[in-house]
Write a protein that binds this ligand. Structure first.
Ligand code: CMC
Length: 392
């Protein structure tokens, strides 16, 4: 009914109004609730930013403590959930484990799944914030055959995750505050990005009034794709490949420009940014500092610098306004911190979680919300008559 327009990939169509995140793609501006990403990355913490996204205001000290305390008491998984991790094959992709476990959470909290009850939504959001790092750490532990630790609630959010990931019962493990600080900052940079593919997925699933766990699990699956969050792992694989092939960056760029099948400059380009992604600028600087301060020089950083330099002065990339995006340099940092490539997109998911929750909650409380139901332009057969099977 009515006039249907085609906008493949939603290039020009807004799916919602939102007061959470502002992007000016031409100017390279990103703000959460009005606050510039540069200020938040430098001065705030991930939990504070999570509160900001979910509540539309920076927390007072008392509000922040209350928020952190609520999350702290929910970090444990139900004991039965631990057996899920032994059921997956050891080489399972941690993103698949993550989304499965998030769906599974809904089986344990059936009394608090009502998407229209703000109290139930709040506790579900807290549970997700508290348990996703535990699930993520277990997905990693499982992949290397290590025992699953319990959370240590005397630690703060990121420290707890790092200890669960890298600690072992047999050796004393002290979290390096420098590493915790860097990871916290990277989580801030990933915390929201308005109506990207995974967030739109979270909203679309939620628009059918599916519960928060089901919606976030769908978002994790969307994020896993290499054109979205999976790009951070794809960038590192690309850099490794270039190094293995002898480090000829120009040759690789030529393959990209010739549009060889499956060859893209991963970590470059963005639907909205037609200028330098402001997050990429912060990550690039951090990558240099981290590799220097941890004394972990990486030849891949040099390859990344060269790629960027060549691309930024090459007409193919300049005319298409292709700049590095957030995923271009993050992998080098994650690698220096000790994470295997398969875990990179999981780290993105941990950072994006408060954004998904905030966007989903905004939709649920907006009286204008309707079920998401795109239209199509039909290109199939006109009406034709059924033919009995013996006549075909
Ligand atoms: N390498 C080479 N060419 C590219 C690239 C790239 N990374 N990105 C876009 N192009 C070309 C594309 O082939 C097209 O050329 P032409 O006009 O000749 O057909 C032109 O630039 C416009 O690209 P598009 O595919 O129409 O742009 P889009 O808005 O649909 O896609 C994108 C955006 C991010 C999916 C795409 O740029 C891409 O695939 N980048 C690589 C993957 C990546 O880094 N993703 C992370 C995105 S940022 C964080 C996140 O969401 O996770």
């Amino acid at each position: 009914t009515g006039f249907v327009t085609l906008d493949q990939g939603f290039v020009n169509t807004a799916s919602t109004t939102s007061s959470i995140t502002y992007i000016d793609g031409d100017a390279g501006i990103l703000r959460y609730r009005g606050f510039p990403i540069e200020q938040l990355a430098e001065k705030s913490t991930f939990l504070e930013v999570s509160y900001l996204l979910m509540h539309d205001a920076l927390p007072t000290p008392a509000q922040l403590k209350d928020f952190a305390d609520k999350i702290r008491v929910h970090t444990l998984l139900q004991e039965e959930m631990r057996s899920f991790f032994s059921g997956f094959p050891r080489d399972a992709h941690p993103m698949a484990v993550l989304s499965s476990a998030v769906t599974a959470l809904s089986t344990f909290y059936q009394d608090t799944l009502d998407p229209l009850d703000p109290e139930q939504v709040e506790i579900s959001g807290i549970r997700l914030m508290a348990k996703l790092p535990t699930i993520a750490a277990y997905a990693y532990k499982k992949s290397i055959g290590h025992p699953l630790p319990y959370p240590d609630n005397s630690l703060d959010y990121v420290e707890n995750f790092l200890r669960m990931t890298f600690g072992l019962p047999t050796v004393q493990y002290d979290v390096d505050p420098k590493i915790a600080k860097i990871l916290d900052m990277l989580f801030i940079l990933h915390a929201d990005h308005e109506q990207n593919c995974s967030t739109s997925t979270v909203r679309l699933v939620g628009s059918a009034q599916a519960n928060l766990f089901a919606s976030v699990s769908a978002g994790i699956n969307a994020l896993s794709g290499p054109l979205h969050g999976g790009a951070n792992a794809a960038v590192l694989e690309m850099l490794e490949q270039i190094r293995k092939d002898g480090g000829d960056v120009n040759a690789f760029v030529t393959r990209v420009k010739n549009k060889e099948k499956g060859v893209k400059l991963m970590g470059f380009g963005h639907r909205v940014y037609k200028n330098y992604d402001p997050r990429a600028a912060i990550v690039k600087k951090a990558a240099q500092e981290v590799l220097r301060s941890l004394e972990k020089p990486d030849p891949l950083l040099e390859i990344a610098f060269q790629l960027e330099e060549i691309a930024l002065s090459d007409d193919y990339f300049v005319s298409r306004k292709l700049y590095p995006n957030v995923d271009f340099y993050t992998g080098l940092i994650y690698k220096a911190l000790g994470f295997p490539t398969k875990m990179f997109t999981v780290l993105f998911a941990l950072g994006r979680l408060p954004g998904w929750i905030a966007q989903w909650s905004e939709m649920m409380t907006d009286p204008a919300t309707k079920i998401g139901r795109p239209r199509q332009l039909y290109t199939g057969f006109p009406e034709r008559d059924f033919v009995a099977i013996d006549k075909r």
